[in-house]
Design a protein around this ligand. Sequence first.
Ligand code: CTP
Ligand code: MG
Length: 215
Amino acid sequence: MKNYTVIILASGKGLRADLGQPKQFAKIKGKILLEYSIDVFLEIGMNVILTLPKNSVWNNKNKYKDVLTVEGGETRSESLRFALKHVSTKFTLIHDSSRPFVDKRLVKKLIEELDKYSCVYPTLPISSSIVVDKNDMLQSTPDRQLFKEIQTPQGFNTNRLKLALQQFGEAHIHIPELIRWLGDDVKHIDGSPWLFKITYKPDYYAAEKYLELFK
Ligand code: CTP
Ligand code: MG
C-alpha cells in the first residue's frame, strides 16, 4: 500500500452543519469525526496526509505520528493543491473527512480499477427527484436516471492528477472532470449509502445512530 497516499480534506468550516465548530472536529461516540476515516486508511496501510484549517484545534498529533498534517486553503480545491505538493506516490486518493464511514471493500475495488483507469470514484443513484430551478421557479424536470451522486474516496494516477490541475487550474470543482478533459476515461464504481456525507445537522445524528447500531 506504500504506492498510495490518501489526502483527507478537513480544512472546511462546516457552516451548513452548524455544530458550533467545524464538523470534522465534532465528536461522535467519543471519537473525533475526522479520525474515523484516518483510522481506516491507516489500517489499510496507506500514507495519510491530513489538511487542517489554520489554527486548528486538533491536538491528537501524538497518536497519529505517521499522519502528515498540512494547512488547507480557502476552498476545497486549494486545500487539495496544498496537500498534493507533498505526494510522491504513484497513486493518490482524495477523501472528504465529512464522510466518516469508509468501507475497506470499496477501497479495495477502487484500487483494483486504478490499475486500468487514471481516475476512479464511487457514485450512487440519486434518491430524490431533481428539477432545474431558476429564481425559485421550475424550469424543467430532467430524467433522474441520467444523474448520479458523487462520493469519495476518489482515486487518481498522481501524474495525471497533477497534470490536469496544472493544465486546467481550478476551473472545475469536480476534479475527475479535469481528468476527462485530459482525454482519459473516468470509471465509476458502486458507492454506498453508508458513505454518506455529514452536511447538515440531521446527518450528524444519523452518523451517531449508525455507530450505535453497527459498530
Ligand atoms: N474542505 C477543505 N478545505 C476547504 C473547504 C472544504 O478541506 N477550504 C473539506 C471539508 O473539510 C470537507 C470536504 O472538503 O471534508 C467537503 O466539503 P463540505 O462537506 O462542503 O465541508 P465544509 O466546506 O466544511 O462545509 P460547508 O460547505 O457547509 O461550510
Ligand atoms: Mg463546503
